[in-house]
Write a new protein. Structure first.
Length: 483
């Protein structure tokens, strides 16, 4: 038997605080996160004597919940670490008790407003409101819910599947794979799923994580701690104990073989045991080039739901909702203007609203249609600017052929021109990185992002490059914009 560090001939001699620390560690690994964080971790220890552990809380509701829902787990851990098969525990309520583990939250008036602003249609009891307070501690953004998601033909399937998963995790669509371009609402839906589950199913252990955070956590164990078996087992067990796993931005698994192996192992274990998995990506599994076949097939097992750019009427509804939430007063003609001009995603609409909100706060007056056009640079597009046209302009400026910018040459002058064209494509069109990559010789998302970021950084200190880009922008503007 493995030593617990509590071996003694007489249970009365066991240090109560030390015993409770071992019990806490055990319960953390097997209990739902909200329940553990809110009900168990803040408990205090008064004594352990003659096989009776006395715990303290300052909320009667938690004393009742512990007795009704968690007494079995606590008794199991207590008897394991005290080595007393007849050990028991009691919970006393002391309204003056203050736990060192209580999380610092917003000011009461601020939090009250946040709850009102994000209230779901479910009636919330005190335990559920406490769950809302702790959501940010494990990645869930409390502002996202199903009630403030605007549903349309472009996202109806994804919304319906997300609601089904949130109501009955592990039973309907497993896995649920949500995909679509940036700013279309994938993160909104995955957070809404998490929030709904934590409120409606507080007994479930849930984890939300981006693929980059997962990779960083795994890499730290493998390289910084040189694959320490104990730490790796802890890492694996942490994910195996989850009831609902929400993974954001899975497209960044591309080219990460070690992380893919771990995701595959965790996915298989959770799926076999009926645990819910929700995944988001900017493209479907078949379009993530270096994804292993076995992982791609797992991602395609359940429901694949695409979120498309919102239609004009939907964009107007989104603008009205977000303007109301942020107390921005806009006329219908200004809303129509924004909805017509920004067509690709919700993030564009939010950006336009933020710029107008800044104007309103400074000028302290409503924004007119003409002022909105000026603020948003909408005086107006004469004809549609395409990536092919940008390549043509750039190639002509650098005295090259358009095919050279799309090709594989690593000659310095061609690479510079190619990077500038990629940068302008990102800045002047609404195309996504994968779309730009397709036109530039089927280059990968990561390659296009690198070219864009490098050019953006370099032009800040390279005056010649900055002048070249500015000259090209002016040439394009004279042809395509009425300025």
């Amino acid at each position: 038997m493995v030593s617990t560090g509590l071996d003694t001939q007489d249970n009365r001699e066991i240090n109560a605080d030390l015993l409770w620390s071992y019990i806490l560690k055990d319960l953390e690994n097997c209990m739902p996160t909200p329940s553990y964080e809110m009900a168990i971790k803040p408990l205090g220890v008064r004594s352990f004597s003659e096989g009776n552990l006395t715990l303290i809380t300052n909320k009667a509701i938690w004393s009742k919940a512990i007795k009704e829902k968690f007494s079995g787990e606590i008794l199991r851990a207590l008897r394991k670490y005290s080595r007393n098969p007849e050990a028991i525990f009691t919970v006393i309520v002391d309204k003056y008790y203050t736990s060192k583990y209580i999380v610092e939250l917003e000011k009461p008036e601020d939090y009250s407003n946040k709850v009102k602003a994000t209230q779901t249609q479910l009636p919330l009891n005190e335990i559920q409101i406490d769950a809302l307070k702790f959501m940010s501690s494990y990645g869930i953004n409390v502002k996202y819910n199903f009630e403030n998601f605007v549903v349309s033909q472009s996202n109806k399937l994804a919304y319906g599947a997300a609601k089904g998963v949130a109501n009955e995790p592990g039973k309907l669509y497993n896995p649920l794979f949500l995909w679509g371009g940036a700013g279309l609402g994938k993160t909104h839906l995955v957070n809404a799923i998490g929030k709904h589950i934590l409120i409606k199913h507080p007994d479930l252990k849930l984890k939300y994580i981006t693929i980059n955070d997962f990779t960083n956590e795994f890499t730290k164990i493998m390289y910084q701690y040189k694959g320490n078996p104990h730490l790796k087992n802890e890492f694996i067990n942490k994910y195996r104990n989850i009831d609902v796993l929400l993974i954001d931005d899975v497209q960044f698994l591309e080219g990460r073989d070690g992380t893919q192996n771990e995701i595959f192992t965790i996915f298989d274990f959770l799926h076999r045991n009926g645990k819910q998995i929700v995944i988001t990506s900017d493209r479907p599994p078949k379009d993530i080039p270096t994804l292993t076949d076995r992982l791609r097939s797992r991602f395609e097992w359940g429901m694949l739901a695409e979120i498309k750019p919102p239609e004009f009427e939907t964009r107007k509804e989104i603008l009205k909702l977000k303007a109301k939430q942020n107390e921005i007063n806009l006329s219908q003609e200004v809303i129509d203007l924004i909805a017509k001009a920004f067509t690709q995603n919700v993030r564009e609409l939010e950006g336009a609203l933020n710029r107008l909100a800044g104007y309103i706060s400074i000028e302290e007056k409503p924004v007119s249609l003409e002022a909105a056009k000026e603020i948003l640079n909408l005086n107006t597009i004469a004809k549609k600017l395409t990536i092919e046209e940008i390549i043509k302009f750039t190639a002509e400026y650098y005295k090259l052929e358009p095919s050279e910018l799309k090709g594989d040459s690593r000659a310095k002058e061609i690479v510079t021109a190619r990077y500038v064209a990629i940068y302008l494509s990102r800045e002047l069109t609404k195309a996504s990185l994968p779309q730009i990559g397709t036109i530039f010789g089927n280059r990968k998302h990561a390659t296009i992002l690198y070219a864009y970021e490098k050019t953006k950084e370099q032009k800040e200190y390279d005056q010649n490059l900055r002048i070249e880009i500015q000259t090209l922008r002016q040439k394009i503007a004279r042809e395509y914009f009425c300025t």
